[in-house]
Design a binder for this molecule. Structure first.
Ligand code: KG4
Ligand code: ZN
Length: 342
């Protein structure tokens, strides 16, 4: 069964073709980094226009790569939220039009569920129940996954997402955009114990996160250091110490979530998990089997969307022509129940 997955929730246009939820035939991703770079963040209007420009050629490229025609696609899966409304609308309108002309079912996908299923499309033998940690530019969520569509949010960030903190700290340190990969690159030359940054929320019970205080600690540190003549040489140490603080917090909260829910598997996902230090810290502390997608599947892509679409279709979940963008969609939203195919 061939599933077309369309992902346009933020600044990456993803179009993929996946067979039976696990076998990737094509996974085209068009990044908009060069367009947003000079603004130091994603500009929503630019993002939606860029999706619109590339989505049709990307579908053609995906079909060519997969060696199939549009008529051979069985299901069309699309991310409906959460995300930027204009960006989501491009993917949803495109998917609806394709479903209309081909007569194939349209399946709505939650973006966070996509990040979790990146593990499944990567070939992991991940079985329910498990705990998922999704850390991206917009989310830092710990989720108890009891079965398909049975999700319970254990904790989430109260302010900045982990990826957002990486992006803001990179800006403070005059590093490239996006900040995550830039910090990871420069941190490789630094000492993670050089600065003792706070590990927010670790002394509190529960599974919520907070990264804005950590970002402020880096701001104060940078303000103090920037007058020094050797400031540039200290940047790798600041970056490495910040990265280590984020890694410790994510690893410790994930470890506690696994212990308290009594599951034996932890699944990771989201752009921040592309970071090697973060992945390795979580794996070393988790005390259970940890599933980690390869870096390219941690970042936004259409293959993860297609994989969720396949499993949702198996549970009989479809959307009709009234499907709309849901910028604040929750995993536990009643939308899924309303969409159940009778
Ligand atoms: O999952 P994603 O592609 O998009 C969202 O759903 O937000 O994640 C993007 C975020 C950005 O904040 C980016 O800086 C961060 O993930 N990121 C990283 C790395 N690569 C991307 N953060 C830390 N280390 C990385 N190597
Ligand atoms: Zn994402």
């Amino acid at each position: 069964m061939l599933v077309l997955g369309i992902e346009t929730s933020c600044d990456e246009t993803g179009v993929a073709i996946v067979e039976s939820g696990t076998h990737i035939l094509a996974n085209q991703v068009a990044s908009q980094i060069p367009l947003h770079e000079r603004f130091g963040g994603v500009v929503p209007e630019i993002a939606s226009r860029a999706h619109l420009r590339v989505i049709t050629p990307m579908l053609r490229a995906a079909l060519e790569k997969a060696g199939c025609s549009l008529g051979q696609i069985d299901i069309i899966a699309v991310t409906v939220g959460p995300g930027l409304v204009g960006s989501l609308l491009v993917g949803i309108s495109f998917a609806k039009a394709l479903a209309y002309v081909t007569g194939k079912p349209l399946v709505p996908v939650h973006h966070l569920e996509g990040h979790i299923y990146a593990n499944i499309v990567a070939g992991a033998s991940l079985r329910f129940p498990f705990v998922a940690l999704v850390a991206s530019g917009g989310h830092t969520d710990l989720i108890e996954c009891r079965g398909p569509l049975q999700y319970r949010i254990l904790g989430r960030t109260r302010d900045d997402a982990a990826g957002e903190a990486f992006d803001k700290v990179a800006k403070l340190l005059n590093l490239d955009y996006p900040g995550g990969p830039a910090i990871e690159r420069i941190a490789a030359h630094g000492n993670p114990r050089a600065f003792d940054f706070p590990r927010p929320m670790l002394s509190e019970p529960g599974f919520d996160f907070s990264f804005s205080g950590l970002k402020t600690a880096v701001l104060y540190c940078q303000a103090e250091l920037k007058e020094r003549s050797d400031f540039v040489e200290l940047v790798p140490d600041v970056a490495a110490s910040f990265q280590a603080a984020v890694a410790d917090v994510l690893a410790e909260k994930a470890r506690r979530a696994v212990r308290e829910t009594g599951v034996s598997n932890l699944a990771l996902g989201g752009g921040v998990i592309a970071n090697r230090c973060i992945r390795e810290t979580i794996v070393s502390k988790a005390g259970c089997d940890v599933f980690v997608p390869p870096p390219e599947l941690c970042l936004d892509n259409g293959a993860m969307t297609a994989s969720v679409g396949y499993y949702r279709h198996r549970s009989g979940y479809y959307a009709d022509k009234t499907l709309n963008a849901e910028p604040n969609l929750r995993l536990s939203s009643s939308l899924w129940k309303e969409l159940k195919h009778e």
